[in-house]
Design a protein around this ligand. Structure first.
Ligand code: C2O
Ligand code: CU
Length: 460
């Protein structure tokens, strides 16, 4: 049984939203946070052993950063790990120097060093931060947390419920299986999949929701590679009202697919109906959280509000088209590729360099420039997933419009930052290149990225 104190701790993210003093939000203010990356112990459920992880501020997930649109976020970051690291602010249209990609936008923060991230928050929504140095190891160990930016006039956020999802690969002592990190099998197939699902850092937690009325469930997947699928009880309709942070024209699904790094805000009409969050991507229906109702709160969402994306789909008649042909992985058609200037067979690349994926015939990395684009141009990334695997393609520094096939038969124009592509799919990712710098475009299945599925878009 969970005692009350434990319950409060388990539900910290939901409670934190209601317990923050309102003066924590000053418009156009500077929000200061301090994040310390360090080896830490964490218990996934009450009787579990202490698991050895690497965490921000000893928390899994890392502390929720709260801010208001147009705030400056200032994070003093201290690296107490025994290896270099950086923090990436996923989904933020950031200043390039604050984007957290080691050796591309900043030198890695060495053990014992401090680095201050400071940047404006131009958009409202749910974002997240995570380690971006060997993310396939560091994110696996728990180095990530949510970043919530709200509108200064948003009075309804007390009804928001944050659900940070992860799947961990644990042994029978609840310790991370570290031997399997770097497994070529994972890297060439669907990435590293866990065997243990957590919501807000715990197994099957009780999540506090308002006792009745509308509420907003905010999903964020920090999984390395697993594509999760959720239902609420026996298919309570889920009205999607925001995707990767941006509001969208609402539509309803019965089952929500959340690929790595994606976010969804779901409006539930009557929170008193909420019982269980069920993960259904495997043959088993896995109860991943239970909803515990708490007192009613007065605020109501205004369902008549028009949900407009942050900005409209641009005209594409003058767009610059960048072709990106994705190849590689198991059962694929890539036989050789260029790596560091040299053509090598895929077998050689796999065995000697742990490289398995290519863009346009080249193994990707921070050194591979996919395009040089003039500031202000409209761009179409014309991406072809010529592999047998699904990929969660993410662009740093800007969002893109995509005619998405992620929601059943009907295509939808969606503004987002991470798009889940099916095998053989061809898709256009459209954006205005108005943010100068060196921006990564990569698969957010972290093992795929490490094995070559990434490159740089240069905007100047
Ligand atoms: Cu979520 Cu390159 O990042
Ligand atoms: Cu991938």
């Amino acid at each position: 049984m969970i005692n009350r104190r434990k319950f409060l701790l388990d539900s910290s993210s939901a409670f934190a939203l209601t317990q923050l003093p309102s003066n924590a939000y000053a418009n156009n203010g500077i929000k200061h946070y301090r994040l310390v990356a360090k080896a830490a112990e964490h218990t996934f459920y009450s009787s579990a052993q202490k698991s050895k992880l690497s965490l921000y501020n000893q928390q899994s997930p890392g502390p929720t950063i709260h801010a208001v649109k147009d705030d400056i976020l200032e994070v003093e970051f201290v690296n107490l790990l025994d290896e270099p690291t950086t923090i990436h602010w996923h989904g933020i249209r950031n200043l390039n120097a604050m984007d957290g990609v080691p050796d591309l936008t900043q030198p890695a923060v060495e053990p014992g060093e401090t680095f201050t991230y400071r940047f404006p928050l131009k958009d409202t929504g749910l974002f997240w931060y995570h380690a971006h140095t060997q993310a396939w190891k560091q994110v696996t160990k728990g180095l990530y947390g949510p970043l919530l930016v709200r509108d200064v006039n948003d009075e309804t956020h007390h009804r928001d419920v944050l659900l940070v999802l992860d799947d961990w690969l644990l042994d029978e002592n609840e310790q991370l299986q570290l031997d399997s990190l770097g497994s070529l099998h994972d890297w060439s197939h669907g990435g590293r999949h866990g065997n243990f699902l957590t919501v807000n850092g715990h197994a099957k937690p009780d999540i506090a929701v308002p006792s009745n009325g509308q509420c907003k469930l905010r999903f964020l997947s920090a999984a390395n590679a697993r594509i999760m699928k959720f239902e609420l009880n026996e298919k309570i309709p889920m009205k999607i009202i925001a995707i990767d942070g941006s509001p969208c024209a609402p539509f309803t699904v019965e089952r929500l697919t959340v690929a790595p790094a994606q976010r969804y805000d779901i409006l539930v009409e009557d929170s008193s109906q909420l019982e269980e969050l069920i993960e259904v991507s495997t043959s088993e229906r896995l109860t991943s959280a239970r909803f515990a109702t708490t007192k009613n709160t007065q605020e109501k969402y205004d369902t008549n509000v028009l949900h407009q994306p942050w900005y409209p789909l641009p005209q594409t008649t003058q767009a610059k088209i960048i072709d990106i042909h994705m190849q590689g992985g198991a059962m694929g058609n890539l036989t050789s590729a260029v790596f560091e200037g040299e053509r090598k067979s895929l077998r050689d690349l796999a065995q000697n360099d742990a490289k398995l994926w290519a863009f346009n015939g080249e193994i990707g990395g921070y050194g591979l420039t996919l395009a040089d684009i003039e500031l202000g141009n409209t761009v179409i990334l014309r991406v072809w997933n010529d592999t047998r695997w699904r990929h969660a393609m993410h662009l740093h520094g800007q969002h893109f419009w995509v005619n998405s096939r992620e929601f059943g038969d009907q295509n939808r124009q969606i503004l987002r930052d991470t798009y889940l592509m099916q095998p053989s799919e061809k898709v256009d990712l459209v954006f205005i290149a108005d943010n100068p710098g060196l921006w990564l475009f990569h698969c957010h299945m972290l093992e795929h990225h490490a094995a070559g599925m990434g490159g740089v878009i240069h905007i100047s």
